[in-house]
Design a protein around this ligand. Structure first.
Ligand code: TYM
Length: 328
């Protein structure tokens, strides 16, 4: 049996090259060697207010992007989280064994809650829902970008604590980070992670940006006052552009250095832009095809949920039995 991979993306904002290079691209590459399940986590999205009609649109758009990137739904179910009730059910069961202090320590919680006047309880429970997503399928490997590492550590803590209290129940999931592209930074401010929720026309490159927009955004990216690429004295903006190129081109460190050392920033940016445009072109072409047939997309989502439902139900039943909750 192949080991199981599980990962997910929130259907909020526009998916960007950070989501692609940190996660989606690797899911596609891992498909042949793993039994994979990929989630569109709408229940996570609503931990912050989402305009309902917009959220519905984004759920299908995100599914279309998964398929356009190369996820084959015949191999790997593409599951809308809310279609599988076990996610919410397991979350409740796990909140009962998770200390609040563990949740209050999460940096994403501290960051997101500090920006709100009043916060919903869901924002605090967010990582428990994420743990439930992973543990409900007994996943072995979770490919994510670097910003999810802390949530994955917490998932293992939650699993370990449950196993210690009630006996061996959950598989311990391993985190898999990409070697290049685990943390793509904002083009406008390379000190900040590229993020779906950050406003500003020059911050992120959306996976659906047309080539002219991609070129414009990269030409305007923040660098520094040096004239060209210096591998011994490199600012974060230049390092980020090189990372983006390397993640799309697949070049080795030596190839990168030999090609880019000493290059003026204007030329560097042109080449990075062309690597991104070429890297996204097949995805954008397939996206147009997939969205032309919404009935197909909806059938993929329905069938995917049906396929994984028995796995989720079996785990929830086992957890309930372990805890002494009545299963009839
Ligand atoms: P989300 O939707 O914020 O991001 C989706 C994936 O993209 C990665 N990512 C990045 N990688 C590199 N550079 C960046 N700037 C960048 N921004 C985002 C993220 O690390 C992630 O892999 N909580 C998760 C969704 C989730 C999930 C799960 C993930 C819910 N349940 C179960 C794995 C397993 C999130 O908000 O990801």
């Amino acid at each position: 049996m192949k080991p199981r991979v599980l990962s997910g993306i929130q259907p909020t904002g526009s998916l960007h090259i950070g989501n692609y290079l940190g996660a989606l691209k690797h899911w596609v590459q891992m498909q042949p060697d793993y039994e994979s399940i990929f989630l569109i986590v709408d229940l996570h999205a609503i931990t912050l207010y989402q305009e309902p009609a917009e959220l519905l649109k984004k759920i299908e758009q995100t599914a279309a992007i998964f398929l356009a990137a190369g996820i084959d739904p015949k191999q790997s179910p593409v599951v809308v989280q809310s279609l599988v009730p076990g996610h919410a059910e397991l979350t409740w069961l796990l909140t009962c064994t998770t200390p609040v202090g563990w949740l209050e320590r999460m940096t994403q919680y501290k960051d997101k809650s500090s920006k709100q006047e009043s916060i919903g309880d869901g924002l605090l429970q967010y990582p428990v829902l994420m743990a439930a997503d992973i543990l409900i399928y007994q996943a072995n490997v979770v490919p994510v970008g670097d910003d999810q590492s802390q949530h994955l550590e917490l998932t293992r803590d939650i699993a370990q604590r449950f196993n210690a209290l009630y006996g061996d129940t959950f598989v311990m999931p391993a985190t898999k980070l990409p070697t290049v592209g685990a943390r793509i930074m904002g083009l406008d401010d390379p000190a900040k992670k590229m993020s779906k929720s950050t406003e500003g026309p020059g911050h992120a490159i959306s996976l659906l940006d047309p080539p002219s927009v991609i070129r414009k955004k990269i030409m305007r990216a923040t660098t520094d006052s040096l004239p060209g690429v210096d591998y011994d004295d490199m600012g974060a903006g230049v390092a980020n552009l090189l990372t983006i190129h390397q993640a799309f081109s697949g070049w080795t460190d030596d190839q990168m250095k030999a090609h880019f050392a000493g290059m003026r920033y204007g030329d560097l940016k042109k080449q990075v832009a062309e690597a991104v445009v070429a890297g996204l072109e097949p995805l954008q072409a397939r996206y147009a095809e997939i969205t032309a047939d919404p009935a197909y997309l909806r059938s993929v989502l329905r069938e995917s949920a049906q396929r994984v439902m028995p796995i989720a139900e079996a785990t929830v039943r086992l957890v309930k039995q372990r805890m002494g909750v009545y299963v009839g």
